[in-house]
Write a protein that binds this ligand. Structure first.
Ligand code: ASP
Length: 282
């Protein structure tokens, strides 16, 4: 009787722990071995002021995708009625990046076959829009872990804006409104930080810059174990295994980690991973 009671209590405790793991944002960063093959590009602004869409990122996109030409577009950040047109637009933009790209979109694939499409993609391009909508639709299709697994296996990942937000550990510092609820804010965790796109540049807009820094400061006050990296519109983070670099002419990254702030303007290889090194080992 007593044993039965103990067994039931332990099972209940285990169940409770499991449900907690699911419902709280437990950050799991890939192990050193797991992250060696990551080849990702996290773009801040799809359009850099004064340029056409993705013009500033063409070279970095071509370099990241390399020989991978069959790209799976994930455009769930757009409203459902806009996704067809978005695919056509992206196919046009990719024709300007280089020859041979073939782009299909996950929104054209029926729910039950999404996993198959993720498994066979040669590269992922996750476009911008609303971050909550994007993550929710990926969880609805049960492909978050699968995308992560494939990227850890070396399949190139390019995110833009909302697509870059989900490259971080959680979507804690998106600028978006929660259009829909998400089962968890945990995202792909390719970056040992939380991403904030479209970070204002103090040289261009001091007031907006200060407001964003304030907001991020409030965030880290409640999430002190998370590093946050804000990137200005011309900027991108290139992740190659453990080496994370800032890319883009005139780009700046603002790193908030362990109560300290660092500003990165150098596009030297590995500058961002150096600034994040303490959070990498968490
Ligand atoms: N709404 C943005 C985008 O995808 C994401 C963000 O600002 O957090 O363009």
């Amino acid at each position: 009787m007593r044993k039965g009671f103990q067994f039931a209590s332990i099972s209940l405790a285990l169940l409770f722990m499991l449900s907690c793991t699911r419902n709280t944002d437990t950050i799991v960063y890939p192990t050193f071995e797991q992250r060696q093959q990551v080849n990702a590009l996290l773009i801040s602004g799809t359009t850099n002021p004064g340029q056409t869409a993705l013009e500033h990122a063409r070279e970095a996109i071509a370099e990241t995708f390399g020989d991978s030409k069959t790209i799976l577009l994930i455009n769930f950040a757009s409203l459902p009625e806009k996704r067809d047109a978005y695919l056509t637009r992206m196919q046009g933009l990719f024709a300007e990046i280089g020859p041979g790209y073939e782009m299909h979109s996950l929104h054209d694939i029926e729910l039950g076959r999404c996993a198959e499409a993720v498994k066979s993609a040669e590269g992922f391009y996750v476009s911008g829009g609303n971050t909550f909508l994007l993550l929710r639709e990926l969880y609805d299709r049960d492909v978050v872990d699968l995308i992560r697994e494939r990227v850890l296996g070396g399949v190139p990942y390019i995110g833009s804006s909302a697509g870059s937000n989900i490259g971080g550990q959680v979507i804690g510092t998106t600028n978006d409104f929660p259009l829909v609820d998400v089962p968890t804010r945990l995202s792909l965790g390719l970056l040992p930080a939380v991403f904030n796109p479209h970070h204002p540049d103090p040289a261009l807009d001091k007031i907006q810059f200060e407001a964003r820094q304030w907001k991020i400061g409030e965030y880290t006050r409640y999430h002190e174990n998370e590093a946050v990296i804000g990137v200005t519109n011309p900027g991108m983070l290139r992740i190659r295994g453990d080496e994370i670099s800032l890319v883009g002419i005139g780009a700046t990254a603002f790193v908030h980690s362990d109560g300290e702030k660092q500003v990165i303007t150098s596009t030297e290889v590995g500058e961002v991973s150096k600034a994040l090194s303490r959070s990498v080992t968490r």
